[in-house]
Design a protein around this ligand. Sequence first.
Ligand SMILES: [Zn+2]
Length: 434
Amino acid sequence: MPANTASPDTFLLIKAGRLIDGVSDKVIPNGAVLAKDNKIVAAGPASSVQAPEGASVEVLDYPGKTLMPGMVDCHTHHNGFGDGRPGDSLADIPDEILALQSARNARASLFTGVTTIRENGPKAYTMLRLRDAVNAGITQAPRTVLCGWPVSIIGGHMWFFGGQVTGENEIRGMVRRLIKDGADYIKVTATGGTTATSYPLLPSFNVDELTALTRTAHDLGKLTAAHCSSETGITNALDAGIDMIIHCMFRQPDGTNRFSEKIAERIAKQGAYVNPTLHVQRSTPWALEEKKRDRSLTKQEQQKLDHMWQSYEWSMEDSRRMVGMGLKIITGSDSSWTDYKLGNAVYEVEQLVDIGFTNMNAVKSVTLDAARALNMDKLVGSLEPGKEADMIIVDGDPSKDVKTLWNVNEVFLAGKRVERGSDGSRAVFHQSPP
Ligand SMILES: [Zn+2]
């Protein structure tokens, strides 16, 4: 549980060799943050950040290290295992087991520096109940932005999580029910995906159905996000006024890929966020390459590997173009899905650098920009007075090299230091390249 050594009247003053506040592009040498209870009181150069005269202050000093906002992962699957099993297999696992697995994954997220997650596809009430358990003090997790469960067509991507509907009325009903039950935003699968009975290259809901979904959600003050693994899904989602395009793949019904500058311009014009989910597309090829070192692959496995590398290259190239066009691109890991485990969000941040982000912009994509995409930027994403004191200490300077985000030394959630266990217990979360 989070350590809370100080009395409620005590201020927490954290000093570090450098401060990335999440707002400025400049790193502040010898920075500090002053927090009281769960909130940030002041942040800036250490010389200017002081507790009121005579106040009781707990001081923590991290010379040579970086103090920065906790990371925000906009795309998680906390039910998942990340050990190669297909998403469909979750359908057969009891909800109680999935809730426990989610609790384990939530610790992996939090202990590796992710202090806010947006969950994109759990089964039934598993994540809503995990949040209840966190609120009851039973376990710990990052701040959770929940969809309840995703909305899909019959047999569509992730149908087995409980959101199968047909037609505008059923969609309106499902959205209202999700929000009544605690959903913070609405996730919809606008195309098929890896689900066996779905069609990843074809649209799922029609535009009228998607529009019913976005209108109902927006009328109740909630954002929407759509899984789009092919082009018609993207255009349908844009027609419906979706707020975030997930995957954003320009695949055609015949399986080829054709990037459309016109559609990308439309995404920019409508101000929709793009979550390209790059590392998840590399993680299964990595696993197959690993297998290949131990034994020769079957013909089927080799074909799968070739296809997945091709698909990954298409996504990298298209995402590079979208970065060049200035689209709003944020970090969302899509873990734990197939071979990508929670606790490894940094791989996705690295991939944003690979497609043209500066290191500092990649840091923002997993802090303030991600918070903006979730409409959470009044609460988290940067170190500014009035915001929640969600902070991490990093060994190294992420503004120069995002790989240093692997070296998270401390995590603070709502002004409390998180007890993260031993290095050894955290090491089990980490996945390595083949
Ligand atoms: Zn996903």
